[in-house]
Design a protein around this ligand. Sequence first.
Ligand SMILES: Nc1ncnc2c1ncn2[C@@H]1O[C@H](COP(=O)(O)OP(=O)(O)OP(=O)(O)O)[C@@H](O)[C@H]1O
Ligand SMILES: [Mg+2]
Length: 288
Amino acid sequence: MAETPPLQAIDIRAGYGHGDVLKGVDLRVGGGKITTIIGPNGCGKSTLLKVLSRLLRPTAGSVLLSGSPLEQLRTREIARSLAVLPQLPVAPDGMTVAELVRRGRQPHQPWYRQWSEQDERITADAMRDTQVAELADTAVDRLSGGQRQRAWIAMSLAQQTELLLLDEPTTHLDMAHAVDVLELVTTLRDVTGRTIVVVLHDLGLAARYSDDLVVMKAGSIVAQGPPAEVLSEELLLEVFGLRAHLFDDPFDGLPTVIPVRRTGIGGAAPAGDGRGPLDVRDRSATWS
Ligand SMILES: Nc1ncnc2c1ncn2[C@@H]1O[C@H](COP(=O)(O)OP(=O)(O)OP(=O)(O)O)[C@@H](O)[C@H]1O
Ligand SMILES: [Mg+2]
């Protein structure tokens, strides 16, 4: 019999009251792997993460956490196994970075136990690993977009869960910090065997840092597997409407996506894409 995966979605349908956004999604994640969900804006990636973490209840289907239906578990129980970083998290007014990161320890603190040295060490490590230690006493609402993002990642790390769901953790980050976050995620997988589900838009980073890709389109999963098997020029065109060349990187052999330019500057518009060249010097120009 197949081993029980830490997190399993079975035939999930979900939405926001005006029809289903997710149209029957099946997903199994676990085994200390990094699974990256990719897909165009609005296809349902965040909705899926919300359902997987019970922030949104599905209209049909079920989510199992280590074999138990999510709806039967207590919130604290879920939070001890699964940490989620939403796409647009909001911290209470004036809350400092250290206070936010300490919140990650809440699921592990029974009412009879005070803040411990272990809690202190774990929050300090989380802030160090995300490079926000020097911002510990700064209010979250005074941080830059990238600093804020790293403070929230620190909070998810402090939760020390087997499963980590990160919705666009590299948004707002400069490339060096984006790479830092994904290297950190890789270390968490390699050193502590954590299972990580991440939503990314950068296909190059997704190809580099994922064991598996899950490709979504219009509320369904259309492809799934290791990046080198899943990514193809046909898939990019079908799913994103993106004309791109796919190369094997000469350094590590991983797929690299180079978009085909449409402007006619330094490259001809591709034939038959339904979009003619755009004259960028003309501010009123539109696709012909
Ligand atoms: N709170 C909400 N209320 C109503 N509709 C919503 C809500 N959140 C998302 N939607 C709708 O559900 C659909 C899927 O949204 P979702 O946020 O899951 O997309 P996504 O794939 O994460 O997109 P993005 O890449 O832009 O983050 C969209 O059509 C969106 O308008
Ligand atoms: Mg989203």
